[in-house]
Ligand binder design. Structure first.
Ligand code: AMP
Ligand code: GLY
Length: 422
């Protein structure tokens, strides 16, 4: 089977690494890929949103399956493009159609969906510029912290959590006046939930489902979860506080009704559902849906998965998902991200990376790197994820940190406290 992965992050390198372990994959391409994916297959210079080029490439190279890493192509309807055109129909694209991808692409859609299917989530209301006045009144009636969410995709920056009422009112007005462009023409205001977050990943063919290993990511730049939000500084799987009792609640109250909704609303959903959850008094609530795998969670979830990933993904397309059994390593996987100095604000690229060959006993998943004539250079904010196994979060993370010390590039930064709170 010939496979194309779309994306260029650590998540996509991890997919590539896992897929090359399958005897079902005869050839692998990654568009656009990075300095690490080159060791798993062929990088192709096509951006994830260039649907015409992607479909031509698939036809010219007899691609059988496309694995979509990031959300933007899914929200833009890549699945619909492939399913609708006769000459593309036979190519299996992993992910939901545009309708299903709205679970991530529109917060208002996701909230309305959860309300209909009684899925536990924060209470909310939705406003547009026409109803700004009511939005301000809503803020007046409630106490902070106030959670304001741009309806559409805003590159992870569309959620504001504000303590002060007056500040929240100003923020609502500026969001509705276009602070995040089209994405904030509608704004969801939510009840603030206080608890600890975790991520559950589900594979579905729109009918059956399988639950993949659970993970927790660390989003803030600073140790002790301080400072600015990032794409993710590290992750752990499994998560000690997510016990069987909590997982049963997640499955019964969240996963099952979500699949029921997907079915009833006739979403063409053959892919991953990423549930961003929060535990409040030992009860799970949905913070957000994503229609893809997480990054950096993939860097710990896939290494723990014992299944042949290509077989698992193929089963989404011939109604055999329910014959699959998810097998996972019991050991804890950790990943620690090396990032560029200055990230998530301005940072420099093109720094030479040294010492990668000295790493022992860890997996290296490249994100913002490029290979220039055999030399690996930094090429983004999040540069490299170092994944290790251990018998506990702290032993796994210690190994990642040991190897993080062996890699050098100007401005290198990483968190040393991933998983230490667990
Ligand atoms: P989202 O993009 O919806 O995942 O939101 C980004 C982050 O904001 C989440 O990971 C949470 O840390 C936080 N957040 C979102 N919604 C809420 C909420 N209702 N209560 C508390 N924190 C929230
Ligand atoms: N780790 C969070 C995300 O992928 O959105």
């Amino acid at each position: 089977m010939k496979i194309l992965i779309l994306g260029s992050g650590g998540r996509e390198h991890t997919f590539a690494w896992k897929i090359t372990q399958s005897s079902l994959c005869s050839e692998l391409f990654i568009a656009p890929g990075n300095g690490g994916t080159l060791s798993c297959g062929t990088n192709v210079e096509i951006a994830v949103t260039e649907f015409d080029k992607i479909s031509s490439f698939c036809l010219e190279n007899q691609i059988d399956m496309v694995v979509v890493g990031p959300e933007v192509p899914l929200v833009n309807g890549i699945v619909d493009v492939f399913r609708k055109e006769d000459k593309l129909k036979h190519i299996h694209v992993v992910g939901p159609d545009k309708n299903g991808a709205q679970l991530e692409g529109s917060k208002a859609f996701a909230k309305e969906f959860m309300a209909e299917y009684n899925i536990p989530t924060a209470a909310y209301a939705e406003f547009s510029l026409d109803t700004l006045h009511e939005g301000l009144e809503y803020l007046d009636m409630n106490i902070g912290p106030y959670v304001l969410k741009a309806d559409g995709l805003a590159a992870g920056k569309g959620v504001l959590i504000i303590e002060e009422k007056e500040e929240a009112k100003k923020a609502l007005e500026s969001m509705l006046s276009g602070q995040f462009g089209e994405a904030s023409k509608k704004v969801v205001i939510e009840e603030f939930l206080s608890g600890i977050e975790f991520s559950v990943f589900v594979l579905t063919d729109g009918n059956d489902y399988k639950i993949l290993p659970v993970a927790k990511d660390y989003k803030r730049i600073g140790e002790g979860d301080t400072g600015l939000n990032t794409g993710g500084m590290g992750a752990i799987s499994p998560v000690p506080f997510v016990d069987n009792e909590l997982m049963q609640k997640v499955e019964n109250r969240i996963v099952k009704p979500t699949i029921k909704g997907i079915k009833e609303r006739k979403m063409d959903y053959k892919g991953f559902i990423f549930l961003g959850l929060i535990r409040v008094n030992n009860e799970p609530f949905v913070i957000e849906y994503n229609c893809r795998m997480g990054d950096p969670e993939t860097e710990v979830v896939l290494p723990r998965l014992e299944n042949d990933l290509v077989s698992l993904l193929s089963s989404l397309f011939d109604e055999s998902l329910n014959q699959q059994t998810i097998l996972k390593k019991e050991r804890t996987a950790s990943t620690v991200f090396l990032v560029s100095g200055g990230y998530p604000e301005a940072y420099e690229k093109g720094k030479m990376m040294n010492g990668l060959e000295n790493v022992q006993d860890s997996l290296l998943f490249h994100a913002g790197t490029k290979n220039e004539n055999g030399k690996i250079l930094t090429n983004g904010g999040r540069v490299l994820a170092i994944t290790s196994f251990g018998n506990s979060p702290s032993t796994a993370v210690k190994k990642s940190i040991e190897n993080a010390e062996k890699i050098d590039f100007e401005g290198k930064y990483f968190r040393r406290d991933i998983g230490f709170d667990l």
